[in-house]
Every structure is written in C-alpha cells, then in structure tokens.
Design a binder for this molecule. Structure first.
Ligand code: CU
Length: 270
C-alpha cells in the first residue's frame, strides 16, 4: 500500500466503481421475484435492488484489490524467499472496520423501515387461519365460518394470515406476493404466542396463483401446493356463500387445488 501512487489508487477506484456498475446493471435487471401480485412486492424489490448494489460494491472492492495484489506482488521466477513480515496498519484497519459497519447499519435500518411499512395494519383486513400438514394445506375463514383447501381472497384486502402446522415445520409462500413465512407446530398451544405466526399481505392483482411449501418437510414436500385465487369481492362473497353450504367436516378440495392432499394419506407421520 505504501508504494501505491495516487494514479494507481485512482485507477483501482475507477475499476471497482466500473465493476460495481456493471454487476449492478446486470443483476438489478434480472426479474428475481417474477410478476407483481401484492402491494408489498414493490418495496421488497426496491430493498433487494439496494442490497444487490451494496453487495456488488463490496464484492468489486475485494476483487479489484485481490487481483491487483496478486499481480503486483507476485514472486519473481526463482524467488524462494519468505514474504516480508508485515504487522499492522492502523489507518487501513480503521477504514475496513468503519465502512462495513456503516453498510450493515444502513442495511439494518432500511430493512426495518421497509418491514414496518409492509406489516402495518390496514383498515380493511380479513383473517385466514392457514394450517399446514404433511402434505396439504387448509384454510379456515373465521369471519365467514368456512373452510377450504383452496385459498380464495378478495383483491385489495389485507390478509391477516395466522399460520400453524400440525406436524413439522412448513413454509407459506406465494411467489408473486413476495411474502414467505414458516408455519411452526405449536403456534396454537399454550406459550405458542411467543411464535410470531401472523403475516400480512395484500394481493392486488386478480388471478390464479399457487401456495407453495418452501420448507423441505418430507417425501411429499414437492407436491405440497394449493391453489390461491385472487378475485373481486363479489366473486369471493359468492364463493364463501357456496362453501358455507358444504356440510361441516367435509372440506371441499375444489377443482384445481390441493394436489398434495390425499396423495400421501398413508404416509407415516413422524
Ligand atoms: Cu410442507
């Protein structure tokens, strides 16, 4: 470092910035999370992009300095001597402590702001109790008094999903909604309120989606999917009224949903 001229320093800085821009442009333009399906999606994508740029910056600085050092301080042919013993460089150590600290503090504060923002309770909410088990989903609507193996929801309404699992840990994910949360057994038992099992999401694009389990939960894990239908309030009300006619204990499996249900009924649950 001592023998680095100002010109070399500027060249390395330019190389690191150039590499950061190049990586950022490519990575930010990749559609990582697929199509939009919820109001939470946008702030999450923005957060992801900011993190990509920060990561690209750190990666570029490390790569440029490493490649420069490998080239500049390589051993001459036939040089078998040991490297010079080097100890300490206070200024360098302060710099490489302060910069990562600032980056991590910024990332922490920004993530917290985004999380508080997307988890804020809206005035129009609908509660759905989501129950996962090997290898099926069940959705109970306490306000409507109905149950289903398909998740039907009215568009533009904030869902308050209460998650619970009957056997092992599962994970609730609708890719287009960009929200994912584990379902942990025991959430409904005494002391279970210490498990943060409520997740809020506001689907804002009508259409058919899939609830996917993203926690490897057993042999049938890959089949553990359910239909998620985002529809107008009117269509939802009509569906809920239909569901209410089904006799209790006879949960509808629907036309498209619950592919995982029933397939592994004989599977031993451990
Ligand atoms: Cu699962």
């Amino acid at each position: 470092m001592k023998d680095m001229t100002r010109a070399t320093f500027l060249k390395l800085t330019a190389a690191a910035i150039g590499m950061t821009v190049l990586i950022s442009v490519v990575m930010v333009n990749i559609d990582w999370l697929g199509m939009d399906g919820s109001t939470e999606k946008d702030p999450i994508v923005t957060l992801l992009n900011v993190m990509i740029v920060l990561s690209a910056l750190v990666f570029s600085i490390v790569m440029v300095m490493m490649i420069y050092a490998i080239w500049k301080y390589r051993a001459k042919p036939g040089d078998e001597s040991d490297g010079e013993p080097i100890h300490g460089n206070t200024r360098l150590e302060i710099v490489w402590t302060v910069i990562p600290t600032l980056i991590v503090v910024f990332a922490g504060v920004y993530s917290t702001i985004v999380l508080n923002d997307i988890e804020a309770e809206a005035s129009n909410q609908m509660r759905v109790d989501v129950t996962a088990q090997q290898f099926a989903w069940r959705f109970d609507y306490p306000e409507q008094g109905v149950s289903s193996t398909e998740l039907h929801v009215p568009v533009g309404t904030q869902l308050e999903l209460h998650l619970n699992a009957l056997d092992v840990v599962h994970s609730f994910w609708v890719p287009e909604w960009a929200i994912k949360r584990d379902l942990v057994p025991g959430s409904d038992l005494p002391g279970g309120d210490e498990i943060d099992n409520v997740v809020r999401v506001t689907p804002d694009v009508e259409g058919s989606y899939q609830v996917v389990c993203t926690e490897l939960c057993g042999w049938g894990h890959a089949t553990m999917r359910a239909a998620a239908v985002v529809e107008s309030q009117k269509e939802f009300d009509a569906w809920a009224a239909d569901q209410a006619k089904i006799p209790e204990g006879n949960v509808s499996t629907g036309a498209a949903g619950g592919q995982g249900a029933g397939i592994y009924d004989n599977q031993v649950t451990e």
